[in-house]
Design a protein around this ligand. Structure first.
Ligand SMILES: CC(C)(C)CN1C(=O)[C@@H](CC(=O)N[C@@H](CC(=O)O)C(=O)O)O[C@H](c2cccc3ccccc23)c2cc(Cl)ccc21
Length: 345
């Protein structure tokens, strides 16, 4: 008798994947069958954890234990959570989380271990920053926070790519490069989401950076501080650009075509977004500023190998450099980083 229930679960799993991120869902589903389910489940487990972290309506005495025990929860068949606020975009994923757990428990043990270890370390990191009043002050704090929420994902993915032998063991060994893959994406997201996070009273821009341009982070959004805000943007753009070399070095070592595409697409979206951010005052006045659909379609088509991706990075790095105000403190350093990219590959 054919096990239709299994099909039902798979259908719901990919419904949630499509629901969390349409464009990226297609990229995951294009992965080699050996990696498609493990990475889909990894993505949904992390989305579940991120939804708990993001939900400011959950009391800390509920949220902290949830974040710290999420790596054990994924081994508990039947577990679901329906106490997320109505506003939470992915709350339905947690309401139906039992099917994510059911599918997780069918994965090969080495993938389960990588997902559980990553979830444990990420949950502990999130709990630290969710504790009242912990702010991102120094640039080291900034790198540490981004390591917890994104760098660790890079370590986990590299572990999977090496575990299935699609990529050499050296991919998992170079934790610095895997970490930079996550930091680049997360720093661009945090820079882009300035206004949205400010509205949610979440301060991810490091005080060591915005503190050079304003007394309070929210002052950057005041029209009279436009010039200061634009110079602060250059500073945040420079901080993200520092990871560009590592990203290209990491992608340069990826051999499997479907793994390369999966890794390259978010990175080229990020450099294109960084280009959109530089010199764009709308970031301080409008929420949800994104690159145009046509540009993302072009980027997805043009990210099949390292030569295409290096060319995209050189193109955007040059554009960022050309529009950086020479009076900005970071002008010279941005020029140096963009110049280096011209030499790469
Ligand atoms: C915070 C984050 C950057 C890690 C989130 N993250 C990503 O951003 C996704 C892309 C994504 O979700 N895009 C969405 C974004 C959005 O919803 O706005 C889209 O619609 O395009 O990509 C990353 C991701 C993909 C490939 C390689 C990576 C290496 C290191 C770290 C992360 C890596 C990701 C891979 C996994 Cl397994 C889990 C999460 C992520």
């Amino acid at each position: 008798k054919y096990d239709y229930s299994n099909d039902k679960v798979r259908e719901r799993i990919y419904y949630h994947l499509n629901n969390t991120s349409r464009s990226f869902s297609a990229v995951i589903q294009a992965l080699d069958p050996e990696l498609k389910d493990p990475i889909c489940i990894f993505y949904l487990v992390l989305r579940g954890l991120d939804t708990v972290e993001d939900d400011m309506t959950i009391d800390l005495d509920i949220k902290l234990p949830l974040l710290k025990s999420f790596h054990e929860i994924i081994y508990q068949p039947g577990w679901t959570f329906d106490k997320c606020g109505p506003k939470e975009k992915d709350r339905q994923l947690l309401v139906e989380f039992d099917i994510v757990i059911e599918t997780f428990l069918k994965l090969k043990p080495e993938y389960q271990k990588i997902i559980a270890d990553t979830t444990k370390r990420m949950g502990e990191g999130m709990a630290h920053y969710a504790t009242a009043g912990v702010h991102v002050n120094t640039t080291e704090d900034f790198d540490q926070y981004c390591h917890y929420v994104a760098g660790l994902v890079g370590l986990g993915l590299s572990g999977m790519f090496s575990a299935c032998n699609f990529e050499s063991p050296s991919v998992a060994k170079r934790e610095d490069l895997s970490n930079s893959m996550g930091l680049f994406l997360q720093k661009v997201n945090i820079t882009r989401d300035f206004l949205e996070d400010l509205r949610d009273n979440r301060h991810f821009w490091p005080k060591a950076i915005w503190g050079e341009y304003a007394d309070k982070m929210e002052d950057l959004a005041k029209p009279e501080n436009k010039e200061k805000a634009m110079e602060c943007m250059s500073h945040m753009v420079h901080n993200a650009l520092c990871h560009m070399q590592d990203v290209l070095e990491y992608l340069g070592q990826i051999k499997n075509p479907s793994v390369f595409h999966f890794c390259a697409i978010p990175q080229v979206m990020a450099i294109a977004t960084l280009n959109m951010l530089q010199g764009n005052y709308n970031i301080f006045t409008t929420e949800n500023v994104k690159i145009r659909k046509g540009e993302t379609v072009w980027l997805m088509k043009e990210s099949n190998n390292i030569d295409q991706v290096a060319a995209i990075f050189r193109l955007y790095a040059r554009q960022i450099n050309n529009k950086t105000n020479p009076l900005h403190r970071q002008f010279v350093d941005i020029g140096v980083l963009c110049g280096q990219i011209e030499q790469t590959c």
